[in-house]
Design a protein around this ligand. Structure first.
Ligand code: ADP
Ligand code: MG
Length: 731
């Protein structure tokens, strides 16, 4: 293996963590010295901005300081927002442990499709999206006396909207509305690792600031000599090189997304295995468990040649994430964590001394001219590179290997563009309308989005029927807003009533929310096996019908007890001839964790759909089923996703003297935006002969070209039928 970096020796050793009691450890965190200063400030001011290094105790400690100020909390709860569900869950668990209480009692969390709070929970960690939903139902946010907006520097879409929503609530509570309800003033704490203080001070005028110096050892930065073409390959080489040449200390590798992480995990494990001269021919089962597909993945499956390889990304269920946070097991010499930008600031990993930074992240981009959103791999900003580097200096001197040249670093943007400037704002507009904001263009945004993006979001919602021609929220729009889904998928779900297929669409939407249901291993033999296993579910009508097949097969063939029910007695009788969930998934090459997540989402969505309208539900009959009538199902899919339809490109070719032949290609053009796209290779419709004439899709992915994913076949004539106003205008 060629070397990316010069060989290097060093003598520093990792400073081991002394075993301290939790109480003592809390006192040793950098924020502790600022406790009384913080308490004074929050007592006497409405807004306090806190900045400090990751790991200094913002997320876990400051909310507890507030919680212990009984004068502030009294009959009210406090809410801490996190842009990511992983962070909300892990931080809440940590705080519950520190306070020696059960998670869901005094301390709890609230994330999409999972609520671990009870009516007396005082400290709630929530995703920013969940608090925003609450602001829609109750714009005064009257359950809370203090709201802490964490990870403010990430400038996630929902956090950005929350800044405005909190400001509105603060103002309203000072006026008669709040007084009438006898609400105390709302206080806001903004917390961040690297805050652009000026922007926040301009927005929250008169805010107090506290800057807490971090504990940071020097980190040596090493750039590559040459630009790297393949960052996965480069990350593999760098990680193995560090492992072979360097002293103890764990390695954290930053990669753009889940796929890259799982690919690299497999590559690393097989290379580590080779160096151990162990059996090279991994059996299917071993590779599957390496990939973390089984639910009862044992730790040892991830330890190869004394090295523990862990993965960390937002879609990973919390139980699986715990591996990355736990100390190395006995006999393990090194831990390698492969993570997305989630480990940049949201979570704290102990013992990291080496960073491998690919310089990439995955992010959404929206084009207001074409009205389309897509997922890109793109370069990080200089601020993010610095954050990543800092992760290596927590225990002792560290090293950061940047898989790009110093010149490339100089070309990076200084800071990350706020998400609100990059994404489809349909959901934001719907939320603002739900909160009673008349004109979203006049809403106080910390960074106002492009007015054109807001307009195209309004058009999108108008096309779905969520807004009327005066841009007022319709009854249908307020129903859409009740679902914790993107407005397009909420619309898809609501359309199912009309087509009599609510049961089926609920399944399809849940499977889509779970992401990466199908397990596609690399390696010729295995991938062939997986393809064969998947063939049994494949519908020639597309990916959504395929999801339905998978779910139905799983329901009839597998025994599954969700953690919710695990304590109830298992019904052994009904399990005869069935396989256990993990085993069924293994044999079917289906991701067990994605499947159980889909099942969870299904459960929650079903509850919202069934709940009566006057209790903020939708009062739907979820048992309405089209059973085998695929036409009804596909028509509904068409009605739900009509804004995401694409038509196959026709080409006329003169073939021979017999005359012109209309030959068709495998290229498509989107109906909205007229953008050239191709069916993604992972779709069941990829390579189908003949290629379907007209399709709808759930997602655009741009790499070198633009692909559509989640593709289902439709009839073109349906488009006029399901959305006559829209297609007659655009035609
Ligand atoms: P910040 O929000 O400033 O990045 P946190 O409050 O998340 O910091 O973490 C503060 C410290 O608490 C960390 O440095 C770590 O020592 C400890 N800690 C946080 N989460 C965990 C956890 N899940 N397990 C063990 N220790 C943790
Ligand atoms: Mg934090």
């Amino acid at each position: 293996m060629s070397s990316l970096f010069k060989k290097r020796k060093h003598g520093a050793s990792a400073g081991g963590d002394t075993r301290q009691s939790i109480a003592e450890a809390r006192k040793n965190l950098p924020v502790f010295k600022f406790r009384s200063e913080f308490c004074d400030k929050i007592k006497n001011h409405e807004v306090v901005l806190v900045t400090s290094e990751t790991g200094s105790g913002k997320s876990t400690q400051i909310p507890q300081y507030v919680l212990d100020m009984t004068s502030l909390t009294r009959a009210f709860a406090i809410c801490v927002t996190q842009p990511r569900r992983v962070a909300a869950i892990t931080v809440a668990s940590r705080v519950a442990k520190e306070r020696n209480c059960r998670l869901g009692s005094e301390v709890g969390y609230r994330v999409r499709f999972d609520d671990k709070t009870n009516p007396s929970t005082k400290l709630i960690y929530a995703t920013d999206g969940m608090l925003l939903r609450q602001a829609m139902l109750d714009p005064l946010l009257s359950a809370y006396s203090v709201i802490l907006l964490d990870e403010a520097h990430q400038r996630s879409l929902q956090t950005d909207v929350l800044f405005g929503a909190c400001k509105r609530a603060m103002e309203a509570r000072k006026k008669s509305q709040g007084k009438a309800k006898n609400l105390p003033p709302l206080k806001v704490v903004v917390m961040s690792a690297t805050l652009d203080i000026e922007t926040f001070l301009a927005f929250f005028q008169g805010a107090e600031t506290i800057k807490i110096p971090g504990r940071q050892y020097p980190v040596q930065i090493i750039y590559t000599k040459e630009p790297q073409e393949d960052y996965i390959d480069a990350a593999l080489c760098a990680t193995l090189q560090i492992h072979e040449d360097s002293e103890e200390g764990d390695i954290l590798v930053f990669l753009p997304g889940q796929e890259e992480i799982e690919d690299l995990a497999l590559l690393l494990k097989s290379h580590l295995d080779e160096t151990a001269n162990l059996t090279k021919s991994l059996t299917g089962d071993v590779v599957q468990s390496l990939r973390g597909i089984g639910t009862d993945l044992s730790k040892t499956a991830n330890i190869v040649n004394g090295v523990l390889v862990c993965v960390l990304y937002a879609a990973l269920p919390p139980e699986m994430q715990m591996f990355a946070f736990q100390p190395k097991p006995e006999g393990c010499t090194r831990k390698i964590v492969l993570s997305t930008n989630i480990a940049e600031t949201s979570v704290t990993l102990q013992g990291i001394r080496y960073i491998v930074d690919t310089g990439k992240e995955k992010s959404r981009e929206f084009s207001s001219s074409t009205g389309m959103e897509s997922l890109h791999v793109q370069d990080i900003s200089k601020a993010q590179a610095a954050q990543r580097t800092g992760r290596a200096g927590r225990v002792s001197k560290g090293f950061c290997f940047r898989l790009y040249t110093e010149d490339a670093f100089e070309t990076l943007q200084d800071t990350t563009t706020p998400e609100i400037l990059r994404v489809n704002l349909a959901q934001v507009v719907l939320q603002l309308k739900g909160m009673g904001v008349e004109d979203p263009l006049k809403f106080e945004f910390i960074t106002p989005p492009n007015p054109q993006s807001l307009k195209s979001a309004c058009q999108h919602l108008f096309a779905l029927g969520a807004l009327d021609d005066k841009m007022q929220l319709t009854d249908y729009g307020s129903k859409l807003a009740r679902l914790p889904l993107d407005p397009t998928f909420a619309h898809l779900l609501l359309q199912s009533e009309k087509y009599g297929c609510t049961a089926e669409i609920l399944v399809a939407v849940s499977m889509l929310s779970a992401e990466n249901i199908l397990f596609r291993p690399s390696g010729d033999q295995l991938s062939e096996k997986a393809a064969e296993a998947h063939r049994r579910f494949a519908s020639h009508e597309g990916d959504l019908p395929t999801f339905l097949n998978i779910y139905r097969a799983w329901r009839t063939e597998a025994i599954y007890t969700s953690s919710r029910k695990s304590k109830e007695k298992k019904n052994k009788e009904s399990g005869k001839g069935k396989l256990l969930h993990g085993e069924w998934c293994r044999r079917s090459f289906i991701s067990a964790r994605a499947m159980s997540r889909a099942n969870d989402v299904h459960h929650q969505l079903r509850a919202i759909c069934t709940r009566p309208v006057d209790r903020n539900g939708l009062g739907m009959d979820v048992s309405k089923s089209c059973s085998e009538d695929m036409e009804a199902f596909l028509k509904c899919v068409c009605a739900g996703l009509f804004l995401q339809s694409a038509e196959r490109v026709k080409e006329t070719k003169q073939v021979d003297e017999t005359g012109g032949v209309l030959s068709s290609t495998r290229k498509y053009r989107t109906k909205v935006g007229n953008r050239p796209v191709s069916i993604h290779p992972t779709s069941t419709l990829f390579g189908r002969n003949p290629a379907p004439k007209c399709v709808v899709y759930t997602e655009l992915v741009t790499t070198k070209k633009t692909y559509i994913r989640g593709v289902s076949q439709i009839r073109e004539s349906w488009l006029n039928e399901v959305a006559p106003q829209f297609f007659s205008i655009s035609n």
